[in-house]
Structures are given as C-alpha cells and as structure tokens.
Design a protein. Structure first.
Length: 262
C-alpha cells in the first residue's frame, strides 16, 4: 500500500512538471529561431552593402585600359598667303577643309599617355589675282606624336590635353592658273612645295565612355598646329613664279571620333 502511494506521488509530480518542460522547450525553440533569423538578416545586410559598394565602384571607375585605337574626323580651318606675278602678296580666303585620320595610343597611367596619329588633310584655297580667280590644292599626311595629360582615364568622362611635334608630308599639289604677261614676257604661275615640314601640335579634348566596360569611347576636341618650317620651295625655272608665300602652315581644327580600348 505504501509503495502504491509513493508511485502515485511520482506520477503526479511528473504530470505537474510536464507543462513547464514544454514551455521551456518552446522558449528554446523560439530563441534558436530568433538567433538564426538575426544571423541570416545580418548576412543579407552585409551582402547587400557589399553589392552596393561594388556597384558604386563600377559606376565611378573601371580598370585602366593601356591600349587605344581610334578613327577621327577633323574639319580644319586654314588660310595661306600667295604671291602675284608682280611681287605683291594676297591672302587666301579662310577655307574649311575636311580631314580624316587614325590614332594609336598607350597609357602609362590614368593620367599620362602617348599617342600617335596619321591624318590626311586636303587643303583647297581660293584667291584673286587682279581679274583672275585662282585655286590651289595641297594634300598632306600629318603625323603628330603627342604627350597626353588626363584628369583620369578610368572615369566615365575624361578631360585631356595634348602637345607634341607634327611631321607633315606633301603627297600632292596643283593649281589652276592662267599665264600673266608683263608686256615683254609671259610668266607662268607654279606651285612649288617642300616635300615635308614640321610644326608644333597642341589641343584639348573630352572623352566619353559609351559602354560599362569602357571598351568604346566617343571623343571630341580642338587641335591647333603652328608650323615651324616654311612650306614653299624655290622655283629655278625662268619665266615662272611660285604662288606660295614664304610662310609656314598654321591651322585650327575640331575633331570627333570613336576609340576602342584594350
């Protein structure tokens, strides 16, 4: 009888303690879920923050591309001086000509680079010699080698300054002219041009990245050239005179083009 009473007491205590055990188990489960949720939330916040930082970096800059290859279109303004048959000098009209070229560049850093160009420029000048209208044509290949100073090549927009020597090669020349008579002999107008000349090139430009990777770029800018060598050549033939004044080439041009970087 005494044993039965002890057994019933133990069972009663166990039944009474059961709700507390269930409650503690639920609290432990809730605590575990809460800690897991908090950990996941922290990981999500860290991941989102890292992605945002990566996006900001990608939007602001891109690793430097060392090589560049571009095409250029260059409207150019130029004016030359001309001799008349009696030794006077007249100035040709300021003429807009159109040049085309290619550019190859190498960037040592985001701020310093070197570029070389080969530009074809066809010069057409009109001038009046008394009652005659004359027209002169000169074709040049211009090869500037330029030091490039940049604000930052890795940015979406870059401002650059260039300066360096330019080497010009005359690849053709012609003049449509009639003979002029001074009453005793007939003078023939000729266009005598040196094969080559040298000048100083300088300019400023803006570069706009067109793709997220900066592989394609749009360039616009200004280019000036100040000739250091006279382009006229002496004409030894009798009864002729060179229509070109002893002077160097000077020009001002705008340019626009596309550039591939690699």
């Amino acid at each position: 009888m005494e044993k039965q009473l002890i057994f019933r007491g133990i069972v009663s205590i166990g039944i009474a303690a059961l709700p507390f055990g269930i409650l503690n188990a639920q609290q432990d489960t809730v605590k575990s879920v809460h800690e897991t949720t908090k950990t996941d939330r922290d990981e999500i916040v860290k991941s989102t923050t890292a992605e945002q930082k990566t996006e900001v970096k990608e939007d602001s800059e891109y690793p430097l591309h060392r090589g560049e290859l571009g095409l250029r279109f260059m409207p150019t303004f130029i004016s030359l001086g001309f001799n008349t048959y009696n030794g006077n000098t007249v100035q040709g009209d300021v003429t807009l000509t159109y040049g085309y070229g290619v550019m190859v560049g190498f960037n040592f850093s985001p701020h310093i680079g070197l570029q070389a160009e080969v530009n074809y420029n066809a010069i057409s000048q009109k001038y009046k010699e008394y009652d005659l209208d004359r027209e002169v044509h000169l074709d040049y290949l211009d090869i500037p080698i330029l030091l490039s100073l940049n604000t930052d090549k890795t940015k979406w927009v870059n401002l650059n300054f260039v300066v360096g020597p330019q080497f010009g090669i005359n690849v053709g020349s012609s003049i449509n002219a009639q003979d002029m008579s001074n009453g005793t002999s007939t003078l023939h107008a000729v266009l005598a041009v040196k094969q080559g000349d040298v000048g100083a090139a300088y300019g400023v430009g803006l570069e706009f990245a067109l793709t997220r990777s900066h592989l394609l770029r749009f360039d616009i800018g200004y280019r000036g050239v100040y000739g250091l060598v006279d382009i006229d050549s002496n004409s030894p033939e009798p009864n002729t005179y060179n229509v070109l004044v002893k002077a160097s080439r000077k020009s001002n041009a705008a340019y626009a083009g596309l550039t591939l970087t690699f």
